[in-house]
Design a protein around this ligand. Structure first.
Ligand SMILES: [Zn+2]
Length: 375
């Protein structure tokens, strides 16, 4: 643990000043919000209470708060999601308003989740395999999402919202299928795959990557295989109606200008994933028509710089590990965009070196090109 990363709040006379414990991160931007006395609180996944000399630290390996008051330590130990704040107050014989202030501090520091019902504990095998599977998979998803914000019901709100977004993956490639699986498994259950080319009706050896499409899948009807893929990846069957207009189009094949023109005129948000050229793949930009430079602006700028773009027109398949890496990265980035409304991919391309994958990507920002007229 790096002590310098811990924000240590002041505890004058046993009281917590709620505004003092906010960490300079996403959590710091959250607005103040009261915690209900009848709510059930529990520590977020990964948060631990550790004794350090005379005091305790409560937090993640990267940040947390220092706790010195024994009563506060006892309260933290009571946060198992099985008692309301009022019940904890009675048990510890600690005034409810003071306890709620401390709970608020913990919430603002992004260390606890609040729920209207007791936390559901993993139950011994009860025979309902489908429910158990759903619980285990959802738990894995929420254990990450809950750290985005303190106020999303332990990540449940963000996860539930995902089913409402209509996403099209344009171009049926091995990467597109991986991405389809990653999106459905992440709760984006209104994601569809659009072939964008005349492909054989049945899967061929070109489709095999060894993970999503295996050699024994060759010869299966393409459309049926995709439906099975979606069924297998979805955590649950979607129960919401997604809109008709896509909320996002992700293109995984070379640019075809008639498609781009249609997306621009319809005002559809779209993300370009370029072909692997040499050892790098270019991801981005994410284009909000009329507000961001379009793909034609990018192409014109590349032309001005003397960049040879001829390979960008050649449809190719990526190696399997690169596909897994990129599809996971994109699925996480899309999750971030829909949760926050922000993305570092807007008006920006990121080039990832797939032979040095842990190196930070090269980044280039795009401007509107004077010859384009998309502004
Ligand atoms: Zn443009």
């Amino acid at each position: 643990m790096r002590e310098g990363d811990f924000f240590i709040p002041r505890f004058p006379q046993g009281e917590i000043s709620a505004g003092d414990s906010v960490h300079p991160s996403q959590m710091a931007r959250e607005s103040k919000r009261a915690i209900a006395e009848n709510s059930y609180l529990h520590l977020k996944p990964g948060v631990t209470l550790t004794k350090r000399g005379a005091s305790y630290t409560l937090g993640l390996p990267t940040h947390g708060i220092c706790i010195e008051e024994p009563l506060q330590v006892q309260m933290v130990r009571s946060l198992n999601g099985q008692q309301t704040l009022r019940e904890i107050s009675r048990g510890l014989m600690w005034e409810l308003p003071l306890l709620m202030d401390f709970a608020h501090t913990l919430s603002e520091a992004g260390l606890i989740d609040e729920a209207p019902l007791p936390l559901e504990l993993p139950s011994p095998k009860n025979g309902d395999l489908s429910a158990e599977l759903m619980r285990a998979r959802l738990s894995a998803e929420l254990s990450l999402l809950t750290h985005r914000t303190s106020h999303s019901g332990g990540g449940r709100d963000e996860f539930a919202d995902r089913a409402h977004f209509r996403i099209l993956i344009s171009g049926e490639t091995r990467l597109a299928r991986h991405l389809l699986v990653a999106m459905h498994a992440s709760g984006f259950t209104s994601t569809r795959l659009i072939p964008r080319a005349h492909l054989p009706h049945h899967l061929t050896s070109d489709d095999v990557c060894g993970i999503v499409v295996r050699p024994e899948d060759i010869g299966k009807l393409r459309s049926t295989f995709t439906d099975d893929l979606i069924r297998g990846a979805q955590i649950s069957k979607p129960e919401v109606d997604a809109g008709v207009r896509p909320d996002l189009i992700i293109s995984t094949v070379p640019i075809e200008w008639d498609y781009i023109q249609r997306w621009m005129s319809e005002g559809s948000l779209h993300l370009q994933i370029n072909q692997i050229i040499g050892r790098e793949i270019e991801i981005g930009p994410l284009v909000m028509p009329g507000r961001d430079p379009c793909l034609r602006c990018v192409r014109l700028t590349k032309g001005d710089n003397g960049t040879d773009v001829s390979h960008e027109y050649i449809r190719s398949q990526a190696p399997t590990a690169a596909i897994s890496y990129i599809s996971g990265l994109i699925a996480l980035a899309i999750g971030e965009y829909f949760a926050t409304g922000e993305s570092l991919l807007r008006a920006t391309s990121h080039w990832y070196d797939l032979l040095a994958p842990l190196r930070a990507p090269d980044i280039r920002h795009w401007n509107f090109h004077p010859e384009c007229g998309c502004q």
